[in-house]
Design a protein around this ligand. Structure first.
Ligand code: F6R
Ligand code: ZN
Length: 182
């Protein structure tokens, strides 16, 4: 172990599954280069709203550990494209599970070849196999919240998504989310 292992513990994010503990906040200004409509993104910078928050458990990101986090993506769109996470790939290929807690959204997966879309709602488990980049999208009009559990030695590479994209853009359509290849 690169860091000392932690003892068994009971971890609570609180009864309403609201983020508590260390929270990473991602604002519109943190999402440069991700939305297709650059003019709409620049217009949104005036208010620079919080797009999503990630509340992490105290389990360290170290080999053998299983850290967890709860992400809350606030509803909204940028030029018709739904609010989303930056997206990343794990440089050490590792599986990860997501569990939908509230709201509706989706899990976009990309292996550099073919994108996949997993609709998520409370109770859905989305499985991310090793080697697949992943991004979450809020396709509803209330906060979309999910639990993530991942091996502590996975690491996070955000540049891969900036270089390769995610295969689809997720836009708001008349009959629900519209997946447009790019
Ligand atoms: C961890 C994981 C999630 C995301 C979170 C925010 O491996 O996949 O906890 O980190 O949903 O998304 P990113 O990290 O892409 O900003
Ligand atoms: Zn991940």
């Amino acid at each position: 172990f690169a860091t000392p292992p932690v003892p068994p513990m009971r971890i609570t994010f609180d009864a309403r599954m609201e983020p508590s503990g260390p929270v990473l906040t991602r604002r519109m200004s943190d999402l440069r280069g991700l939305f297709a409509d650059t003019a709409a993104w620049e217009a949104a910078l005036a208010e620079d709203p919080v797009v999503y928050e990630v509340a992490s458990s105290p389990v360290p990101e170290a080999e053998g550990e299983l850290p967890q986090s709860i992400t809350t993506i606030h509803p909204g769109r940028v030029g018709g494209e739904f609010h989303m996470t930056k997206g990343h790939i794990h440089p050490r290929p590792r599986g990860e599970i997501y569990l939908g807690l509230s709201g509706v959204g989706g899990l976009l997966l990309f292996d550099g070849d073919k994108p996949q879309w997993i609709p998520m709602e409370p109770g859905t488990i989305g499985y991310i196999p090793p080697g697949w980049a992943h991004r979450s999208v809020n396709t509803g009009d209330e906060p979309y919240r999910f639990l993530a559990v991942y091996p502590g030695d996975a690491g996070h590479d955000y540049d891969w998504v900036l270089r390769n994209g995610m295969g689809y853009r997720v836009l708001s359509g008349a009959d629900g989310p519209l997946l447009r290849p790019f």
